[in-house]
Ligand binder design. Structure first.
Ligand code: SF4
Length: 292
């Protein structure tokens, strides 16, 4: 079935892309805070992906647009095997020669079945700026939220991307540890990133969404959300500890304070912005985000 453009799921920076579906649902589907990708997981066949690329080309023609970038659809499109991703790239370029690069969401464990050489070939085929849902470098938080991988797994798999020269973006889920847990979460996540080379790090802030297991825990009182001030303090510690040369983007709808900058150049400026927000007091309607 052709991709329903209203159901496109993409990072904020990928707004002008053309979208090509390669998987349905999520290969993991167990993270207890996640309200997304609830349809059963399925890898589209190579033939179906070819049909999706043809459909996407028609969509571009209808819009009179020639997007320079394609973004694969699926919670973790990189769960497709190497050969299928190579075939997807071939169909995308054949149908839409204006496309110059391909992005995707990925889980850390999507790279387990791929060698460094295969990741390098994917890079040479035009895959670039892959969004990897790291969320945290704290083993306790990863386990509690059923992420399905450990900090060691993250380090091992992301080092393969770095060795292959694949450009990737990681993230930090601000507030994931809950009330009074921010400092450790921030320090361990910054420490995890230390030996890695993400081109950028997206910061999002945890919102308990109705229907998720974490929301139910919140209702029962077995999980207490971090306050907005605690989240900002956590972000302050994360940025202070982060030693990478990278871009920080904190512009998601879930972020009470919107920030962006390049590290280390803009570190002090970002920290000052957080300090000012804390002094002023944070007025953020998280209930509104819950209803989006
Ligand atoms: S891997 Fe991503 S999409 Fe899948 S359940 Fe976890 S947060 Fe949701």
């Amino acid at each position: 079935m052709p991709l329903d453009i209203r159901e496109v799921n993409r990072p904020i920076t990928e707004i002008y892309d053309v979208f090509v579906k390669v998987t349905d649902g999520c290969s993991h589907g167990k993270c207890i805070y996640c309200p997304f990708f609830k349809e059963p997981y399925r890898r589209l066949s190579v033939q179906e992906i070819e049909e999706e690329a043809i459909w996407a080309k028609g969509w571009c023609e209808d819009q009179g647009e020639e997007p320079k970038r394609a973004f694969l659809q699926g919670a973790d499109a990189f769960s497709q095997p190497f050969e299928t991703l190579m075939a997807a790239a071939e169909y995308i370029y054949r149908e839409m020669p204006w496309v110059k690069s391909i992005g995707s969401y990925a889980r850390v464990d999507n790279f387990r079945d791929k060698t460094v050489d295969q990741i390098r070939q994917l890079k040479e085929a035009g895959y670039s700026d892959i969004y990897v849902g790291i969320e945290s470098g704290d083993p306790r938080i990863l386990k509690r939220n059923k992420k399905g991988y450990t900090p060691e797994d993250i380090r091992e798999q992301m080092q393969k991307l770095d060795e292959a020269g694949m450009v990737w973006t990681g993230n930090f889920l601000n507030g994931l540890g809950g009330h009074r847990y921010g400092d450790k979460h921030a320090r361990l996540t910054a420490a995890l990133y230390k030996d890695l080379k993400p081109v950028s790090i997206e910061v999002m802030s945890l919102t308990l969404m109705e229907g998720t297991k974490l929301y139910k825990k919140g209702m029962r009182g077995s999980f207490q959300e971090a306050t907005e001030e605690e989240r900002l303090e956590e972000l302050w510690v994360f940025l202070t500890c982060l030693e990478n040369e990278t871009v920080i983007r904190c512009r998601n709808v879930s972020n009470a304070v919107k920030l962006a900058g390049r590290l280390p150049r803009d570190k002090q400026k970002l920290l000052d912005e957080i300090d000012r927000a804390l002094e002023k007091g944070v007025d953020f309607d998280r209930e509104r985000i819950r209803k989006l």
